[in-house]
Design a protein around this ligand. Structure first.
Ligand SMILES: [Zn+2]
Length: 119
C-alpha cells in the first residue's frame, strides 16, 4: 500500500496555495462533462488532510448539476484547484485536482476510471 505523503501545490498564477496529505492511491479518470472539459483528475481527501495556505479570497465557487460538489476556482488564472463536497453519509470531503500538486507528472499516476457520465 502506498504511504501518504504531504504535497504542496496551487493554481497556475500562484495566488491560491495549499498543502495536502494523500497516498494518491485513488485518482479519478472520469468521463463526466466537467472532468472531461477541464481535464480534471481528482483525489478525495478528508478535510483534515487539506489546508489552504493562501488565496482564500481569490476563490470563486462554481456549481452545476445537483450542486453536490462546490468547485473552487482561482478568479485570476481560472484553475479549478479543489472542490468541497459532501458524501452520501454527510461527511465533508475535499476533491483535490492532482494536476495542481507542485511538480506532479500525471504520466506516473495510476488512474481509476469513473463512469461519471452515466451516474
Ligand atoms: Zn490563479
Amino acid at each position: 500500500m502506498p504511504t501518504p505523503k504531504t504535497f504542496t501545490g496551487g493554481c497556475h498564477c500562484g495566488q491560491v496555495r495549499f498543502e495536502a496529505t494523500s497516498d494518491l492511491a485513488m485518482v479519478t479518470a472520469c468521463n463526466c462533462s466537467i472532468c472531461t472539459k477541464k481535464g480534471l483528475h481528482l483525489a478525495f481527501l478528508a478535510p483534515t488532510n487539506f489546508q489552504l495556505r493562501a488565496g482564500e479570497e481569490n476563490l470563486k465557487e462554481y456549481l452545476f448539476n445537483r450542486h453536490a460538489i462546490r468547485h473552487q476556482l482561482c478568479i485570476d488564472c481560472g484553475v479549478d484547484v479543489f472542490a468541497r463536497g459532501t458524501r452520501p453519509d454527510g461527511t465533508e470531503v475535499i476533491a483535490l485536482n492532482v494536476s495542481c500538486i507542485d511538480g506532479i507528472d500525471l504520466s506516473t499516476i495510476a488512474m481509476t476510471p469513473i463512469d461519471g457520465r452515466n451516474r
